[in-house]
Write a protein that binds this ligand. Structure first.
Ligand code: ATP
Ligand code: MG
Length: 173
């Protein structure tokens, strides 16, 4: 018996995407399939993009759109990108192909009203009851937190950036 969990990693501290990656690798270690969808593409060359080559049979990777800016002049274009990305995520969740579907940085689409919250929650709640879903990103809406089975809030206590230490390979990307 498997109980599909909705898991949310939110908060302002570092570790949300890292936790989702850790879960993806943990599942892949058991030979379980994962679909990892990144809703926001950074400008860095992420180490995880190379790691996925090494797990290519188990972890499917999608980087959606050109990356959202939130301050875009063209909000309608961003909203369309968001809808297309969400549609892809829904297909992954309904496919029955994956043990876990990760929606990395998905909270921003809700926070910035790129997508309507209610229909998204409904789809998440009506998904296959075996399907695990991990959502990451700051500002998780309270309704998403209520709907989730597991929520962890990363709380920043110290971050090297404050001391002027720049992002490093293998640590942030
Ligand atoms: P990571 O990808 O390292 O797990 P994250 O997913 O929790 O981080 P995001 O909000 O997606 O965090 O931001 C990603 C980048 O911002 C990372 O390079 C991370 O080190 C940095 N970052 C996260 N939290 C903080 C913070 N409190 N202060 C400064 N930089 C931060
Ligand atoms: Mg992140």
């Amino acid at each position: 018996m498997r109980k599909g969990l909705l898991m949310v990693f939110t908060g302002n501290g570092k570790g949300k995407t890292t936790a989702a990656l850790g879960m993806a690798i943990r599942a892949a270690g058991h030979g379980l399939k994962v679909c990892f969808i990144q809703f926001i593409k950074g400008s860095w060359h992420y180490g995880e993009l190379d790691a996925k080559e090494r797990f290519s049979d188990l972890i499917e990777w999608h980087v959606m759109g050109k990356g959202f800016t939130w301050k875009s002049e063209n909000l309608e274009d961003d909203a369309k990108l968001a809808r297309d990305a969400w549609k892809m995520a829904c297909e992954a969740m309904n496919s029955g192909k994956y043990h876990t579907v990760v929606l990395d940085e998905f909270t921003y689409l809700l926070h910035y009203n790129m997508l309507e919250l209610e229909p998204c929650l409904e789809i998440l709640q009506k998904r296959d009851p075996n399907q695990h879903v991990v959502i990451t990103g700051r500002y998780a809406p309270k309704e998403l937190i209520e709907a989730a089975d597991l929520v962890t809030e990363m709380q920043p206590i110290k971050h090297p950036l404050k001391k002027g230490v720049k992002a490093q390979k293998g640590i942030e990307f």
